[in-house]
Design a protein. Structure first.
Length: 179
């Protein structure tokens, strides 16, 4: 079997070795803090911190959409046809804006639905003498306590978003105290 030499189509590029780049990186990390009695610089390495990317602030139109969603009530309560207890702000249940997710990240301020505190977090129950299980039977699951069951009962995020847009466009104001 005849062996042929390998022929490169592009010329080799000169690169610095790993050790040289490591020294440069270390020099950038060092910060001189103070000098000791002998005049030798004491160096410290600053701790790397994770900085989150700043989230964009909602625009005026997005804030107005949130108010329009709040005055029409909770999407889950609308699907349950329970207008009396859960989503009434006057009963101590604040109407909250839930940001929909995609891959564990917020999709944006436009992709939001209005949920009452019970359906959003499930912490503040409507009736103090009943437990969460009794509330789940009467009013459906809470997203904060049972997210999978919440999505099974009330459909996926895109369907909730479509219903919220329909509610804003077609329903009259039901809860003006939530504005």
């Amino acid at each position: 079997m005849k062996r042929t030499p390998l022929i490169r189509k592009t010329p080799l590029q000169a690169r610095r070795g790993f050790a040289a780049t490591a020294v440069i990186r270390e020099a950038k990390k060092r910060v001189t803090v103070a000098f000791d009695e002998a005049g030798k610089a004491q160096t410290a390495y600053p701790r790397k911190t994770l900085t989150a990317k700043p989230k964009p602030r909602p625009t005026q139109a997005e804030r107005e959409r949130w108010v329009a969603a709040r005055v029409r009530g909770c999407v889950a309560c609308y699907l349950n046809e329970t207008e009396r207890f859960c989503c009434r702000a006057s009963y101590g249940q604040e109407l909250e804006i839930h940001h929909l997710l995609s891959g564990g990240r917020r999709r944006g301020h436009r992709f939001t639905v209005c949920l009452c505190h019970y359906h959003h977090q499930g912490k503040r129950l409507v009736f103090a003498n009943l437990g969460y299980e009794d509330h789940a039977v009467a009013y459906g699951p809470s997203f904060g306590c049972q997210p999978r069951l919440f999505r099974e009962v009330y459909r996926d995020d895109d369907a909730l978003l479509g219903l919220q847009d329909w509610m804003i466009a077609n329903l009259p104001v039901r809860f003006p105290e939530a504005a």
